[in-house]
Ligand binder design. Structure first.
Ligand code: HGY
Ligand code: MN
Ligand code: MN
Length: 432
Protein backbone atom coordinates (compact mmCIF):
# COMPACT_ATOMS: atom_id res chain seq x y z
CA UNK A 1 0.00 0.00 0.00
CA UNK A 2 1.27 3.45 -0.79
CA UNK A 3 2.20 5.83 1.97
CA UNK A 4 -0.60 7.96 3.40
CA UNK A 5 -0.12 11.12 5.39
CA UNK A 6 -0.92 10.79 9.09
CA UNK A 7 -1.66 13.25 11.88
CA UNK A 8 0.54 16.33 11.78
CA UNK A 9 3.04 17.08 14.57
CA UNK A 10 0.63 19.04 16.75
CA UNK A 11 -2.18 16.49 16.33
CA UNK A 12 0.23 13.67 17.21
CA UNK A 13 1.52 15.58 20.20
CA UNK A 14 -2.02 16.33 21.38
CA UNK A 15 -3.17 12.71 21.05
CA UNK A 16 -0.10 11.30 22.83
CA UNK A 17 0.11 13.84 25.66
CA UNK A 18 -2.75 12.53 27.87
CA UNK A 19 -1.49 8.92 27.81
CA UNK A 20 0.15 8.00 31.12
CA UNK A 21 -0.11 11.55 32.50
CA UNK A 22 -0.82 11.85 36.22
CA UNK A 23 -3.11 14.55 37.65
CA UNK A 24 -0.03 16.63 38.63
CA UNK A 25 1.11 16.68 34.98
CA UNK A 26 3.96 14.21 35.41
CA UNK A 27 4.24 10.94 33.46
CA UNK A 28 4.15 7.34 34.68
CA UNK A 29 4.80 5.52 31.40
CA UNK A 30 6.73 2.67 33.00
CA UNK A 31 7.73 -0.19 30.73
CA UNK A 32 4.94 -2.71 30.06
CA UNK A 33 2.51 -0.84 32.32
CA UNK A 34 -0.98 -0.01 31.02
CA UNK A 35 0.17 3.59 30.51
CA UNK A 36 3.09 2.55 28.35
CA UNK A 37 1.00 -0.03 26.50
CA UNK A 38 -1.37 2.79 25.57
CA UNK A 39 1.61 4.63 24.10
CA UNK A 40 2.46 1.51 22.08
CA UNK A 41 -1.08 1.47 20.75
CA UNK A 42 -0.61 5.14 19.83
CA UNK A 43 2.53 4.20 17.88
CA UNK A 44 0.69 1.40 16.07
CA UNK A 45 -2.12 3.83 15.14
CA UNK A 46 0.33 6.35 13.69
CA UNK A 47 1.93 3.60 11.63
CA UNK A 48 -1.43 2.33 10.37
CA UNK A 49 -2.61 5.85 9.46
CA UNK A 50 0.42 6.04 7.15
CA UNK A 51 0.11 2.53 5.72
CA UNK A 52 3.54 1.85 7.20
CA UNK A 53 4.57 -1.76 7.79
CA UNK A 54 4.35 -2.39 11.53
CA UNK A 55 7.12 -4.68 12.80
CA UNK A 56 7.29 -5.68 16.49
CA UNK A 57 10.69 -7.24 17.10
CA UNK A 58 11.68 -10.02 19.47
CA UNK A 59 12.70 -7.57 22.19
CA UNK A 60 9.54 -5.49 22.34
CA UNK A 61 10.82 -2.65 20.15
CA UNK A 62 8.24 -1.28 17.69
CA UNK A 63 9.24 -0.45 14.10
CA UNK A 64 7.18 1.33 11.45
CA UNK A 65 8.69 0.94 7.96
CA UNK A 66 8.27 3.34 5.04
CA UNK A 67 8.70 0.86 2.22
CA UNK A 68 9.91 -2.67 2.67
CA UNK A 69 12.38 -3.49 5.47
CA UNK A 70 15.78 -4.13 4.00
CA UNK A 71 19.52 -3.63 4.15
CA UNK A 72 20.93 -0.13 4.14
CA UNK A 73 18.03 1.14 6.21
CA UNK A 74 17.96 4.61 7.69
CA UNK A 75 16.33 4.43 11.12
CA UNK A 76 15.09 7.22 13.36
CA UNK A 77 13.09 7.33 16.56
CA UNK A 78 13.55 7.16 20.31
CA UNK A 79 11.45 5.79 23.21
CA UNK A 80 7.96 6.30 24.68
CA UNK A 81 8.53 5.10 28.23
CA UNK A 82 9.28 7.57 31.04
CA UNK A 83 10.91 7.64 34.44
CA UNK A 84 8.44 7.61 37.33
CA UNK A 85 7.09 11.17 37.51
CA UNK A 86 8.91 12.15 34.34
CA UNK A 87 8.31 14.77 31.71
CA UNK A 88 6.46 14.42 28.43
CA UNK A 89 9.27 15.22 25.98
CA UNK A 90 12.09 12.82 26.97
CA UNK A 91 11.65 10.14 24.34
CA UNK A 92 8.28 11.01 22.78
CA UNK A 93 9.69 14.13 21.10
CA UNK A 94 11.98 11.88 19.08
CA UNK A 95 9.21 9.50 18.07
CA UNK A 96 6.66 12.16 17.12
CA UNK A 97 9.32 14.14 15.24
CA UNK A 98 10.30 10.97 13.38
CA UNK A 99 6.77 10.37 12.07
CA UNK A 100 6.45 14.06 11.15
CA UNK A 101 9.77 13.96 9.29
CA UNK A 102 8.80 10.84 7.37
CA UNK A 103 5.57 12.56 6.32
CA UNK A 104 7.64 15.33 4.77
CA UNK A 105 10.02 12.88 3.09
CA UNK A 106 7.12 10.85 1.68
CA UNK A 107 5.67 14.03 0.16
CA UNK A 108 9.10 14.84 -1.31
CA UNK A 109 10.19 11.41 -2.60
CA UNK A 110 6.94 9.51 -3.15
CA UNK A 111 8.78 6.21 -2.76
CA UNK A 112 11.66 5.74 -0.27
CA UNK A 113 15.07 5.74 -1.99
CA UNK A 114 16.22 3.45 0.84
CA UNK A 115 14.35 1.52 3.51
CA UNK A 116 13.45 3.88 6.34
CA UNK A 117 11.96 3.04 9.73
CA UNK A 118 10.62 4.87 12.75
CA UNK A 119 11.44 2.99 15.96
CA UNK A 120 10.15 3.05 19.53
CA UNK A 121 12.79 1.37 21.67
CA UNK A 122 11.35 -0.49 24.64
CA UNK A 123 12.15 0.42 28.24
CA UNK A 124 14.85 3.02 27.62
CA UNK A 125 14.54 4.53 31.08
CA UNK A 126 14.78 1.33 33.09
CA UNK A 127 12.32 3.07 35.41
CA UNK A 128 10.55 -0.11 36.46
CA UNK A 129 13.15 -2.90 36.25
CA UNK A 130 16.27 -0.80 36.75
CA UNK A 131 18.24 -1.50 33.56
CA UNK A 132 18.62 1.39 31.11
CA UNK A 133 18.03 0.98 27.36
CA UNK A 134 16.72 -2.57 27.84
CA UNK A 135 15.17 -2.89 24.36
CA UNK A 136 18.16 -1.60 22.40
CA UNK A 137 20.64 -3.48 24.57
CA UNK A 138 18.73 -6.74 24.13
CA UNK A 139 18.69 -6.18 20.36
CA UNK A 140 22.44 -5.51 20.22
CA UNK A 141 23.33 -8.36 22.58
CA UNK A 142 24.66 -5.97 25.21
CA UNK A 143 22.62 -7.40 28.08
CA UNK A 144 21.95 -10.97 29.22
CA UNK A 145 18.26 -11.69 28.48
CA UNK A 146 17.89 -14.25 31.30
CA UNK A 147 19.24 -11.95 33.99
CA UNK A 148 17.23 -9.03 32.66
CA UNK A 149 13.95 -10.95 32.42
CA UNK A 150 14.34 -12.10 36.02
CA UNK A 151 14.58 -8.56 37.37
CA UNK A 152 11.64 -7.46 39.46
CA UNK A 153 9.81 -4.19 39.88
CA UNK A 154 8.90 -2.73 43.28
CA UNK A 155 5.94 -5.05 43.64
CA UNK A 156 7.98 -8.17 42.84
CA UNK A 157 6.72 -8.62 39.25
CA UNK A 158 9.47 -9.84 36.93
CA UNK A 159 10.08 -8.28 33.54
CA UNK A 160 9.14 -11.62 31.98
CA UNK A 161 5.81 -11.61 33.84
CA UNK A 162 5.11 -8.02 32.85
CA UNK A 163 5.83 -8.78 29.19
CA UNK A 164 3.65 -11.90 29.33
CA UNK A 165 0.80 -9.97 30.93
CA UNK A 166 1.05 -7.55 28.01
CA UNK A 167 0.72 -10.43 25.56
CA UNK A 168 4.40 -10.47 24.60
CA UNK A 169 6.46 -13.67 24.66
CA UNK A 170 9.65 -12.97 26.69
CA UNK A 171 11.26 -16.22 25.54
CA UNK A 172 11.88 -14.49 22.20
CA UNK A 173 14.17 -11.88 23.77
CA UNK A 174 17.77 -11.91 22.67
CA UNK A 175 20.36 -10.49 20.32
CA UNK A 176 19.00 -9.65 16.87
CA UNK A 177 22.11 -9.29 14.69
CA UNK A 178 20.13 -9.72 11.49
CA UNK A 179 18.05 -6.67 12.30
CA UNK A 180 21.03 -4.63 13.45
CA UNK A 181 22.93 -5.49 10.26
CA UNK A 182 20.14 -3.90 8.18
CA UNK A 183 20.68 -0.50 9.81
CA UNK A 184 22.99 1.78 7.81
CA UNK A 185 22.50 4.69 10.20
CA UNK A 186 20.39 5.56 13.23
CA UNK A 187 19.49 9.17 14.05
CA UNK A 188 17.75 9.99 17.34
CA UNK A 189 16.19 13.38 18.02
CA UNK A 190 15.82 14.14 21.73
CA UNK A 191 14.99 17.08 23.94
CA UNK A 192 18.17 18.50 25.44
CA UNK A 193 18.45 17.58 29.12
CA UNK A 194 20.34 20.71 29.99
CA UNK A 195 20.47 24.39 29.01
CA UNK A 196 23.40 24.63 26.60
CA UNK A 197 21.21 25.36 23.56
CA UNK A 198 19.26 27.92 25.57
CA UNK A 199 22.47 29.64 26.63
CA UNK A 200 23.75 29.59 23.04
CA UNK A 201 20.44 30.78 21.60
CA UNK A 202 20.22 27.80 19.25
CA UNK A 203 17.01 25.75 18.71
CA UNK A 204 18.81 22.57 17.65
CA UNK A 205 22.18 20.99 18.40
CA UNK A 206 24.15 17.93 17.28
CA UNK A 207 25.44 15.40 19.79
CA UNK A 208 29.16 14.80 19.94
CA UNK A 209 29.24 12.24 22.73
CA UNK A 210 27.38 10.59 25.61
CA UNK A 211 29.13 9.99 28.95
CA UNK A 212 29.50 6.47 30.32
CA UNK A 213 27.26 5.86 33.30
CA UNK A 214 25.91 3.15 35.53
CA UNK A 215 23.55 2.23 38.35
CA UNK A 216 24.47 0.39 41.55
CA UNK A 217 22.38 -0.99 44.42
CA UNK A 218 23.69 -0.96 48.00
CA UNK A 219 21.80 -3.18 50.48
CA UNK A 220 22.57 -2.44 54.14
CA UNK A 221 21.35 -5.08 56.64
CA UNK A 222 21.32 -4.45 60.38
CA UNK A 223 19.02 -5.37 63.21
CA UNK A 224 15.53 -4.02 63.70
CA UNK A 225 14.88 -2.96 67.26
CA UNK A 226 12.76 -0.76 69.52
CA UNK A 227 13.37 2.97 69.12
CA UNK A 228 12.65 3.59 72.79
CA UNK A 229 14.56 0.84 74.50
CA UNK A 230 17.66 0.15 72.39
CA UNK A 231 20.78 2.00 73.54
CA UNK A 232 22.67 3.82 70.79
CA UNK A 233 25.79 1.77 71.49
CA UNK A 234 23.84 -1.46 71.00
CA UNK A 235 22.32 -0.56 67.67
CA UNK A 236 23.11 -2.09 64.28
CA UNK A 237 21.27 0.60 62.36
CA UNK A 238 21.60 0.19 58.53
CA UNK A 239 20.36 3.70 57.87
CA UNK A 240 23.48 5.25 59.38
CA UNK A 241 25.99 3.93 56.82
CA UNK A 242 23.29 4.42 54.16
CA UNK A 243 23.00 8.08 55.07
CA UNK A 244 26.78 8.46 54.98
CA UNK A 245 26.83 6.92 51.48
CA UNK A 246 24.45 9.58 50.18
CA UNK A 247 26.59 12.41 51.53
CA UNK A 248 29.81 10.63 50.52
CA UNK A 249 28.63 10.18 46.97
CA UNK A 250 28.01 13.91 46.59
CA UNK A 251 31.36 14.91 48.10
CA UNK A 252 33.39 12.36 46.16
CA UNK A 253 31.65 13.17 42.88
CA UNK A 254 32.43 16.86 43.30
CA UNK A 255 36.06 16.01 44.01
CA UNK A 256 36.22 13.76 40.93
CA UNK A 257 34.40 16.28 38.71
CA UNK A 258 31.82 13.57 38.11
CA UNK A 259 28.11 13.17 38.85
CA UNK A 260 26.65 10.88 41.50
CA UNK A 261 23.00 10.78 42.44
CA UNK A 262 20.91 8.92 44.98
CA UNK A 263 17.28 9.38 44.03
CA UNK A 264 15.86 6.21 45.48
CA UNK A 265 16.05 4.78 49.02
CA UNK A 266 13.96 1.94 50.45
CA UNK A 267 13.86 1.28 54.19
CA UNK A 268 12.40 -1.77 55.93
CA UNK A 269 10.23 -2.10 57.92
CA UNK A 270 9.80 1.68 57.67
CA UNK A 271 8.32 2.09 61.16
CA UNK A 272 8.72 5.43 62.90
CA UNK A 273 9.34 3.79 66.27
CA UNK A 274 11.73 1.03 65.16
CA UNK A 275 15.37 0.89 64.17
CA UNK A 276 15.37 -0.29 60.55
CA UNK A 277 16.38 -3.84 59.64
CA UNK A 278 17.39 -3.03 56.06
CA UNK A 279 18.08 -0.01 53.90
CA UNK A 280 18.60 -0.11 50.14
CA UNK A 281 20.19 2.79 48.29
CA UNK A 282 20.48 3.15 44.51
CA UNK A 283 23.42 5.12 43.12
CA UNK A 284 23.60 6.62 39.62
CA UNK A 285 27.14 7.66 38.66
CA UNK A 286 28.41 9.35 35.50
CA UNK A 287 31.57 11.00 34.23
CA UNK A 288 33.42 11.79 31.01
CA UNK A 289 35.39 8.55 31.34
CA UNK A 290 34.40 5.04 32.41
CA UNK A 291 37.52 4.89 34.57
CA UNK A 292 36.41 7.94 36.55
CA UNK A 293 32.96 6.43 37.07
CA UNK A 294 34.31 3.11 38.22
CA UNK A 295 36.94 4.68 40.51
CA UNK A 296 34.28 6.90 42.04
CA UNK A 297 31.89 4.03 42.72
CA UNK A 298 34.68 1.85 44.15
CA UNK A 299 35.77 4.65 46.44
CA UNK A 300 32.17 5.10 47.66
CA UNK A 301 31.85 1.35 48.16
CA UNK A 302 35.09 1.06 50.16
CA UNK A 303 34.05 3.92 52.43
CA UNK A 304 30.68 2.20 52.98
CA UNK A 305 32.35 -1.11 53.86
CA UNK A 306 34.42 0.62 56.50
CA UNK A 307 31.39 2.34 57.99
CA UNK A 308 29.39 -0.88 57.95
CA UNK A 309 32.12 -2.58 59.93
CA UNK A 310 31.95 0.17 62.54
CA UNK A 311 28.16 -0.11 62.79
CA UNK A 312 28.14 -3.94 62.58
CA UNK A 313 25.95 -3.73 59.47
CA UNK A 314 26.23 -6.08 56.47
CA UNK A 315 26.57 -4.62 52.98
CA UNK A 316 25.88 -6.11 49.54
CA UNK A 317 26.76 -3.83 46.65
CA UNK A 318 25.75 -4.84 43.12
CA UNK A 319 25.95 -3.25 39.68
CA UNK A 320 22.47 -3.06 38.16
CA UNK A 321 23.13 -1.33 34.86
CA UNK A 322 26.15 -0.17 32.92
CA UNK A 323 26.06 1.99 29.80
CA UNK A 324 29.26 2.57 27.84
CA UNK A 325 29.72 6.10 26.65
CA UNK A 326 29.70 6.84 22.96
CA UNK A 327 31.49 9.33 20.73
CA UNK A 328 29.39 9.70 17.61
CA UNK A 329 31.31 9.30 14.31
CA UNK A 330 32.83 12.65 13.35
CA UNK A 331 31.95 12.22 9.68
CA UNK A 332 28.31 11.65 10.59
CA UNK A 333 28.33 14.61 12.94
CA UNK A 334 29.66 16.70 10.02
CA UNK A 335 26.78 15.45 7.85
CA UNK A 336 24.27 16.47 10.46
CA UNK A 337 25.86 19.86 11.03
CA UNK A 338 25.87 20.58 7.28
CA UNK A 339 22.25 19.45 6.84
CA UNK A 340 20.96 21.35 9.84
CA UNK A 341 23.00 24.46 9.07
CA UNK A 342 21.35 24.62 5.65
CA UNK A 343 17.91 24.92 7.24
CA UNK A 344 18.51 26.55 10.61
CA UNK A 345 21.86 28.27 10.47
CA UNK A 346 24.69 27.51 12.84
CA UNK A 347 24.29 24.43 15.01
CA UNK A 348 26.32 23.73 18.17
CA UNK A 349 27.66 20.35 19.17
CA UNK A 350 26.95 19.02 22.64
CA UNK A 351 28.23 16.29 24.90
CA UNK A 352 25.70 14.94 27.36
CA UNK A 353 25.61 12.96 30.56
CA UNK A 354 22.17 11.62 29.66
CA UNK A 355 22.00 8.10 28.28
CA UNK A 356 20.26 7.26 25.02
CA UNK A 357 19.51 4.28 22.78
CA UNK A 358 21.67 6.00 20.17
CA UNK A 359 24.66 5.55 22.47
CA UNK A 360 23.84 1.85 22.78
CA UNK A 361 23.54 1.35 19.02
CA UNK A 362 26.76 3.33 18.50
CA UNK A 363 28.69 0.18 19.40
CA UNK A 364 27.44 -1.51 16.25
CA UNK A 365 25.86 1.05 13.94
CA UNK A 366 26.79 4.57 12.74
CA UNK A 367 24.56 6.70 14.97
CA UNK A 368 23.94 10.38 15.52
CA UNK A 369 21.72 12.59 17.66
CA UNK A 370 19.95 15.90 17.38
CA UNK A 371 18.97 17.88 20.48
CA UNK A 372 16.08 20.34 20.69
CA UNK A 373 16.29 23.35 23.01
CA UNK A 374 14.84 22.96 26.50
CA UNK A 375 14.46 26.47 27.97
CA UNK A 376 14.65 25.35 31.60
CA UNK A 377 17.03 22.45 31.03
CA UNK A 378 14.93 20.44 33.49
CA UNK A 379 14.29 16.80 32.60
CA UNK A 380 12.92 13.68 34.32
CA UNK A 381 10.28 16.01 35.76
CA UNK A 382 6.95 17.47 34.61
CA UNK A 383 8.69 20.84 34.19
CA UNK A 384 10.54 19.45 31.14
CA UNK A 385 9.52 21.53 28.13
CA UNK A 386 10.28 22.72 24.62
CA UNK A 387 8.42 25.35 22.64
CA UNK A 388 6.26 24.18 19.76
CA UNK A 389 8.31 26.44 17.50
CA UNK A 390 11.51 24.69 18.51
CA UNK A 391 9.86 21.25 18.19
CA UNK A 392 8.94 22.10 14.60
CA UNK A 393 12.48 23.36 13.98
CA UNK A 394 13.59 19.96 15.25
CA UNK A 395 11.42 18.34 12.58
CA UNK A 396 12.98 20.67 10.00
CA UNK A 397 16.41 19.54 11.12
CA UNK A 398 15.55 15.85 11.29
CA UNK A 399 13.90 15.94 7.86
CA UNK A 400 16.99 17.59 6.36
CA UNK A 401 19.31 15.04 7.97
CA UNK A 402 17.25 12.05 6.86
CA UNK A 403 16.95 13.43 3.32
CA UNK A 404 20.73 13.79 3.14
CA UNK A 405 21.13 10.19 4.29
CA UNK A 406 18.51 8.97 1.82
CA UNK A 407 20.20 10.89 -1.00
CA UNK A 408 23.62 9.49 -0.18
CA UNK A 409 24.07 6.91 -2.90
CA UNK A 410 27.50 6.19 -1.48
CA UNK A 411 26.00 4.42 1.48
CA UNK A 412 27.82 6.48 4.09
CA UNK A 413 31.15 5.24 2.74
CA UNK A 414 32.98 7.98 4.67
CA UNK A 415 31.42 6.96 7.97
CA UNK A 416 33.45 4.17 9.54
CA UNK A 417 31.55 1.20 10.91
CA UNK A 418 32.01 0.92 14.67
CA UNK A 419 35.07 -1.04 15.71
CA UNK A 420 34.24 -4.73 16.00
CA UNK A 421 35.64 -4.82 19.54
CA UNK A 422 32.97 -2.36 20.52
CA UNK A 423 30.26 -4.72 19.39
CA UNK A 424 29.33 -4.82 23.02
CA UNK A 425 29.04 -7.83 25.26
CA UNK A 426 26.38 -8.59 27.82
CA UNK A 427 27.16 -6.35 30.77
CA UNK A 428 26.48 -7.40 34.33
CA UNK A 429 22.84 -7.32 35.34
CA UNK A 430 22.03 -8.20 38.92
CA UNK A 431 18.88 -10.29 38.99
CA UNK A 432 16.52 -8.79 41.53
O1 HGY B 1 19.27 7.91 32.59
C1 HGY B 1 19.38 8.49 31.52
O2 HGY B 1 20.31 9.23 31.29
C2 HGY B 1 18.33 8.30 30.46
O3 HGY B 1 17.33 9.26 30.66
N1 HGY B 1 17.81 6.97 30.46
MN1 MN C 1 15.42 9.68 26.78
MN1 MN D 1 15.36 9.91 30.31
Amino acid sequence: MSYAQGDDFEEMWTSLAPLGRAPDGSYQRLAWSDAELSCRDWFRRQARLRNMLLDEDRNGNLWAWWGEPGAGAIVTGSHLDSVPGGGGFDGPLGVVSAFAAVDRLARRYGQPPKPLAVVDFADEEGGRFGVACAGSRLMTGQVDPCALLARTDRSGVTLAEAMTAAGFDPSRCGADPGRVSKIAAFVELHIEQGRTLDHLGAPVGVAAAVWPHGRWRFDFTGQADHAGTTRIVDRRDPLIPAAHLILDARAQAEAAEALATVGRVEVNPGATNAVASRASVWLDARAPSAETVRNLVESIRVASVQRCSHHRVALVASEESWSDGASFPAALQERLVASVRAVLGDVPRLTTGAGHDAAVLAAQVPTAMLFVRNPTGVSHDRAESASMQDCLRGVDALSAVLAALLDDAGGLSDVPAPAADRAGSPSAVATR
